[in-house]
Design a protein around this ligand. Structure first.
Ligand code: TXA
Ligand code: MG
Length: 315
């Protein structure tokens, strides 16, 4: 393929990106969480191309992005607790796994053959303008080669996938910085992946604790591979005193050579910096990375989930 076009958020840029998506091309676009690798979710060939370009080892189901609740209703059954969560948190970093509506015209591959579909309404002006203008549901995993760090800037996307996709819409850095929280229904709500929306906020909305899906439970989130988000260097977690050869990924007031997710100990700032700092340490070399302890509440749960995957032995 020719060079990947970098488009801006002007009317012309969004119109071009929407036309490419309708033509079955792959276009990366910013969301509040991470950059997505978008394809027309009604076009089986375009969806299949996502797996090829990412080098995904198998057909994990993908998240379908829509501009508003009405568009979600056309492809999935949204009611009860799911509707309550949608009303409270969309647009925002929450994905709901819902029963598919067959009349919605979604590709089979987007659900990897499951009777369910994962949907979300992103809270990002460029993403929503692009979705509205495309006029189709858009499937989008994170725009990184499979198993690598998720992109939070257009430059990350180009470094990983440049020359292999038609375009990237450059919307600057993502504000949330970790992927959406995923909730399924079995039929009661279950947490499938911690993410950008804190579990505590979901529990407050439901007025009940949220069950956590054990691996291999009733609702499958097959994309949750152990070794994911992996830099090339080894990663050691919960390190209070880094070794002399280690570079520190710090949190709070700590000393060491490296980068700090949030010197003031703010979990929101840390989430926004997480993949940026991992990318930067990854580019800087092969020296092992030592990570400060991160509190396991609020966005800390999503950060720790991603860090455990970064630290898992590589495939
Ligand atoms: O923030 C995000 O969610 C980003 C941005 C681009 O929106 N997208 C993203 O997509 O993280 P991806 O493909 O990397 O993650 C999809 C996750 C996988 O863990 C997959 O297993 C789960 O969603 N999933 C998708 N459809 C599912 C379904 N029908 N049932 C259960 N899990 C599903
Ligand atoms: Mg991903």
């Amino acid at each position: 393929m020719a060079e990947t076009a970098r488009l801006d958020g002007s009317a012309a840029g969004i119109a071009r990106a929407a036309a490419l998506l309708r033509d079955g091309e792959l276009v990366s676009f910013p969301t509040e969480t991470v950059y997505g690798l978008g394809a027309d979710a009604t076009n089986e060939t375009a969806v299949a191309r996502i797996f090829v370009v990412k080098g995904r080892p198998r057909f994990n189901p993908l998240i379908v992005h829509l501009p508003d609740v009405a568009a979600v209703q056309a492809v999935a059954l949204l009611e009860g607790d799911a509707l309550r969560l949608a009303d409270a948190f969309w647009p925002g970093p929450l994905t709901l796994v819902l029963p598919r509506r067959e009349a919605g015209g979604l590709s089979r591959l987007v659900s990897a053959g499951l009777p369910s579909v994962a949907v979300r309404v992103p809270d990002h002006a460029l993403a929503r303008r692009l979705l509205a203008e495309t006029g189709r549901p858009v499937a989008a995993p994170s725009a990184n080669p499979s198993g690598r760090i998720s992109p939070t800037e257009a430059d990350h996307v180009l470094a990983g996938l440049g020359g292999r996709i038609a375009a990237v819409v450059d919307g600057g850095p993502c504000t949330v910085g970790v992927e959406s929280t995923i909730v399924g229904f079995a039929p009661d709500p279950v947490l499938l992946r911690p993410g950008g929306l804190p579990v505590e906020a979901i529990e407050a909305c439901l007025g009940a604790p949220l069950a956590v899906q054990a691996e291999g439970g009733p609702v499958t989130a097959p994309g949750q591979l152990a070794s994911h988000y992996a830099p090339r260097a080894s990663v050691r977690l919960n390190v209070v005193a880094p070794g002399p050869d280690e570079r520190l990924l710090g949190f709070g007031a700590v000393d060491g050579v490296g980068l700090n997710l949030s010197p003031s100990g703010d979990l929101v700032e840390a989430a926004a910096n997480l993949f940026h700092h991992l990318h930067a340490l990854d580019i800087a070399g092969e020296a092992p990375i030592a990570v400060s302890p991160i509190p396991d509440h609020g966005l800390g749960r999503a950060i720790n989930d991603r860090l455990r995957r970064a630290a898992a032995p590589h495939r």
